[in-house]
Write a protein that binds this ligand. Structure first.
Ligand SMILES: Cc1cc2nc3c(=O)[nH]c(=O)nc-3n(C[C@H](O)[C@H](O)[C@H](O)COP(=O)(O)O)c2cc1C
Length: 390
C-alpha cells in the first residue's frame, strides 16, 4: 500500500529521509532539484541503488538483551560516532547559502567526516579554519593538467587535511539529460526553468538574490583574476576532464600526497585489488549515485567479494542509494567499514540548512539504533554475514 507522505515544509516534522526529499522538492526550483535527484540516461543504475536493499533480508537474533546499542566505529583510524561519511557533492551553495559549511558543521556535530568537493562553493582553507580538521576530507577531481592536480593536492596538505578522496569515475561526464533540458547554454537557464524559478521566491530570496550563483572557491586560483564566476568555473571544468585518466595518474597523486588516500568510483574486484597494491588506504565502491555509467552494478552488490579480497588490507567504503539506517547496517554486515551518503543530507540541507542536515543524520541514527536492537546486536562489530540473506 502506498501511504501518504508529509505534505508541508517544516523539516522538523520529517520522520524519514523520504519526507525531507519531499520538502526539498517543494522548496527548490525544478532545475536545482533535478540536479540533486537525477541520474544518467535512463536512470537504471539510480533505481538499482535502491532496489538492491530490498533483495537483502535480515535474519535477526531474538532475546539478545541488547539495551542501547553502540553506533561508534573507526574509519581510516579516526573515531566516528556513526558509521557514516558525508559524500562529496558539488555546487551545494545552490541549495542553501554556504551549504558546504552547513553540511560540514552538522557532520562535525554528529561526530562524522564531511567530504568537501573540488567543485564546492567554499574553499578548503576556509573549511579547515571553521571545522575540526579530522572531520574534513577533500575530494579531488584528477584534472587533465598535472599542474592543476598538484595545486589542489598541495592546497589540501597546507589546509591540514588528512584524507584525500580521488574520484576515478569521471573520464567523461555522464549523460545527464535533465541538465540539457534545463539549460539552453552553460549556466543559462531555459525559459521554462526561469519561469519555474519565479514560482520559488523563498529560494530566490535565500540563495540567489544575495550573491548570484556561488563561485567554485577551490578553483579560483586556477582561474584568471577577474574571471572567477560560477560560469568561468563550469567552463574550466569542461576543459579539465581527463578522458585518458589512468592508474599512472593515481600513482602520481599517491607519490605526492602524504596523507590517507581513498579512491572513489571502484566497481570491480580487480580494481579494488589494484588500488590496494598501489598504496591506497581506502576505496569507495560507488557508481557516483547513478550519475555516470548507467545500468551498472551498485557498490553494495560488490561488497562481499571486495571485502574478502582487500578488506584486511584497506578501508572499504560504499555509497549509492542509502536512505534508511537499516540500509547502512546491511552494508556493514556485508563487509563495509563505513557508508558515504550523498542525497539524504542534501535533502536535509535544502529543507532547512544546517539544522535540516542534523535532522537527516538524526533520522539515520535513530533507525540504526532501532534496527541494531531488533537484530540483537550491541555494537556494529557484531554485524556480519550470518545476519543477512541476499
Ligand atoms: C548533486 C550531486 C553532486 C555530486 N557531486 C560530486 C562531486 O563533486 N564529486 C564526487 O566525487 N561525487 C559527486 N557526487 C556523487 C556522490 O559523492 C555520491 O557518490 C553519491 O551521491 C552517492 O549516492 P546517494 O546520493 O544515493 O547517496 C555527487 C552526487 C550528487 C547527487
Amino acid at each position: 500500500m502506498k501511504r501518504a507522505r508529509y505534505g508541508g515544509r517544516d523539516f522538523r516534522r520529517a520522520i524519514a529521509i523520504e519526507d525531507l526529499r519531499a520538502i526539498a522538492a517543494r522548496r527548490l526550483p525544478n532545475f536545482t532539484f533535478e540536479y540533486v535527484e537525477g541520474g544518467a540516461e535512463d536512470e537504471v543504475a539510480l533505481r538499482r541503488n535502491r532496489d538492491v536493499f530490498e533483495r537483502i533480508a535480515w535474519l535477526p537474533r531474538t532475546l539478545a538483551g541488547v539495551g542501547t546499542p553502540d553506533l561508534s566505529t573507526e574509519i581510516l583510524g579516526e573515531s566516528c560516532h556513526l558509521p557514516l561519511v558525508i559524500a562529496p557533492t558539488g555546487f551545494n551553495g545552490m541549495l542553501w547559502p554556504q551549504g558546504d559549511l552547513a553540511l560540514a558543521r552538522a557532520a562535525a556535530d554528529a561526530g562524522i567526516p564531511f567530504t568537501l568537493s573540488t567543485v564546492s562553493n567554499f574553499s578548503l582553507a576556509r573549511m579547515t579554519a571553521e571545522v575540526p580538521r579530522e572531520r574534513v576530507w577533500f575530494q579531488l577531481y584528477p584534472f587533465k593538467e598535472p599542474a592543476a592536480v598538484d595545486h589542489l593536492v598541495d592546497r589540501a596538505a597546507q589546509a591540514g587535511c588528512r584524507t584525500l578522496v580521488v574520484t576515478t569515475d569521471v573520464p567523461v561526464l555522464g549523460a545527464r539529460e535533465w541538465d540539457q533540458r534545463n539549460y539552453s547554454a552553460p549556466m543559462q537557464l531555459s525559459l521554462r526553468s526561469k519561469l519555474d524559478v519565479l514560482a520559488h521566491p523563498g529560494w530566490l530570496r535565500r540563495v540567489m538574490i544575495p550573491r548570484g550563483a556561488p563561485e567554485f572557491e577551490n578553483l579560483s586560483e586556477l582561474l584568471p583574476a577577474g574571471a572567477r564566476s560560477a560560469l568561468a568555473g563550469v567552463r574550466f571544468m569542461g576543459t579539465q576532464i581527463n578522458s585518458r585518466l589512468s592508474w599512472e595518474d593515481m600513482q602520481r597523486i599517491r607519490d605526492r600526497w602524504q596523507g590517507q588516500l581513498v579512491l572513489k568510483g571502484i566497481l570491480c574486484v580487480d580494481d579494488a585489488r589494484r588500488a590496494a597494491e598501489m598504496g591506497a588506504d581506502g576505496i569507495v565502491l560507488s557508481n557516483h549515485g547513478g550519475r555516470q555509467i548507467d545500468s551498472c552494478v551498485s557498490g553494495v552488490e560488490l561488497l562481499p567479494a571486495v571485502a574478502a579480497e582487500v578488506g584486511e588490507r584497506i578501508t572499504v567504503l560504499v555509497d549509492g542509494g542509502f536512505r534508511r539506517g537499516s540500509d547502512v547496517l546491511k552494508a556493514l554486515a556485508l563487509g563495509a567499514d563505513g557508508v558515504m551518503i550523498g542525497r539524504p543530507t542534501l535533502y536535509g540541507l535544502a529543507a532547512g540548512g544546517q539544522p535540516g542536515v542534523a535532522h537527516a543524520l538524526g533520522l539515520l541514527r535513530t533507525e540504526m539504533e532501532r534496527t541494531l536492537t531488533l537484530l540483537g546486536c550491541r555494537s556494529l562489530g557484531e554485524l556480519g554475514r550470518h545476519l543477512v540473506r541476499s
